[in-house]
Design a protein. Structure first.
Length: 171
C-alpha cells in the first residue's frame, strides 16, 4: 500500500497557549494579547447566546482555531462539537473604576471578568441616563481586591474629565 503525500499547505494545529498569570501574559505580543481577548469574547458569546464555536468566533471577528488556541481551558468537546464551560479560571488583566480612579487588576475567572464588565456597563448607563439605580447593584462589590466605584459624583467627574474610556476595559 502506498502512502499519500501529506498536504504541505496544511499546517499542524499549534499547541494551546496557557496564561497562568501576569508573567505569562506579559510574554505575549500585543497581537497575541488581542487575539486572546477576542477568543474569550467568543467564549462569552457562546455562553450567553448559545452560539456554536464557529458562529461565536465569526461574531467577534476571529477564527475557531484562534479561540481553541487561546481559550481551550474554557471549552469542552463532546461528540465532535465544542461547547463553552459554565465558567473558567483563566487569567486576565483588566481595568476597573475604583474610588481611587482607574486601576489595572489581575482577574482570575469568568465570574470576576463578568462582574467587571457589568460594572462598566452600569457606569456607561449611568453616564448616559444619570440614573444611580444602575450603580446600586455594585455597592460593596470588589474585583481583584479593589472596591468598585459607585459614588455618582466621582464617576461624573471622571466622565467629565475624560479620564475613563469605557471601551478599554482590558489593560
Amino acid at each position: 500500500m502506498t502512502r499519500k503525500p501529506s498536504n504541505p499547505s496544511r499546517r499542524p494545529f499549534p499547541s494551546p497557549i496557557r496564561v497562568r498569570g501576569r508573567k505569562d501574559y506579559a510574554r505575549l505580543s500585543p497581537s497575541e494579547q488581542e487575539a486572546r481577548h477576542r477568543a474569550f469574547e467568543a467564549v462569552t458569546e457562546m455562553r450567553a447566546n448559545r452560539l456554536s464555536l464557529r458562529a461565536a468566533a465569526k461574531f467577534v471577528g476571529t477564527t475557531p482555531a484562534t479561540v481553541r488556541r487561546y481559550a481551550d481551558e474554557a471549552l469542552i468537546k463532546e461528540d465532535g462539537r465544542y461547547y463553552a464551560t459554565v465558567s473558567d479560571r483563566a487569567y486576565q488583566r483588566m481595568s476597573v473604576l475604583s474610588s481611587e480612579g482607574l486601576v489595572d487588576i489581575d482577574t482570575r475567572g469568568s465570574r470576576v471578568r463578568s462582574l467587571v464588565g457589568r460594572h462598566w456597563n452600569a457606569v456607561q448607563r449611568f453616564g448616559v441616563t444619570g440614573d444611580v439605580a444602575y450603580l446600586e447593584a455594585f455597592e460593596g462589590k470588589r474585583a481583584g481586591g479593589v472596591a468598585l466605584a459607585t459614588d455618582p459624583s466621582l464617576i461624573e467627574e471622571y466622565l467629565r474629565q475624560g479620564k475613563i474610556d469605557i471601551d478599554e476595559i482590558y489593560a
